[in-house]
Ligand binder design. Structure first.
Ligand code: CDP
Length: 193
């Protein structure tokens, strides 16, 4: 069975948690596409070469989840050749046999517009920054500034800007518990299966 769940949305909206829960529930494979861009961002050197030569070791680095890696990822992600180098791998993953969940910024718009279920997961910047701060610590005002900076870059870029895909269902997690958000996503997949 080919079945793709495309989950897009801004930084720290809850995409990762929802994606993992949906993948677990239905036995689908999961790809965190942000990790690809983070790995390119932290690899150093020419980002286009980094994207073209990404290895499993690059994706296993322990520093991928830092604020700096997030910023480096979003700076690399504006470069069309970086996005092009990562496209085919993501497309193949999306249409693999057995079902797939991909989360990122352009899954429903560019990588897999034919996805059976498309979700746009969002929340207010303050709530997203608070969640990221609980995860990473540091100075909460600085985390908020970085979240806003990354949102602006991701939404404002010319190539594959972050926006809800056509036909995407929006889940605003600002006033939802994670369990509620997961239940909503699972119900939408179940209805389509
Ligand atoms: O986990 P968080 O939402 O903070 O970020 P992420 O999903 O790990 O993505 C890190 C950065 O990679 C984003 O800010 C985007 O600039 C870029 N990205 C992208 O351009 N396209 C994707 N499909 C996924 C991530």
């Amino acid at each position: 069975m080919i079945f793709t769940v495309a989950i897009d949305g801004p930084a720290a909206a809850g995409k990762g948690t929802i994606s993992r829960a949906v993948a677990d529930r239905f036995g689908f494979a999961h790809l965190d596409t942000g990790a690809l861009y983070r790995a390119v961002g932290v690899k150093g050197g020419d980002p286009v070469v980094a994207a073209q030569t990404l290895t499993p070791e690059d994706l296993a680095r322990e520093d991928l989840r830092t604020l700096e890696a997030g910023q480096a990822a979003s700076r690399a992600a504006v470069i069309p050749q970086v996005r092009a180098a990562l496209l085919e791998f993501q497309r193949r993953f999306a249409r693999r046999e057995g079902g797939a969940v991909l989360d990122g910024r352009d899954i429903g718009t560019v990588i897999c517009p034919e996805a059976e279920v498309k979700l746009y997961v969002t929340a207010s910047p303050e709530i997203r920054a608070h969640r990221r701060w609980l995860e990473l610590g540091g100075d909460e005002a600085e985390v908020l500034a970085q979240v806003k900076d990354r949102d602006a870059r991701d939404m404002g870029r010319a190539d594959a800007p972050l926006r809800p895909a056509e036909g995407a269902v929006e889940i605003d997690t600002s006033t939802m518990t994670i369990d509620e958000a997961v239940a909503r996503a699972i119900a939408l997949v179940e209805a389509r299966l």
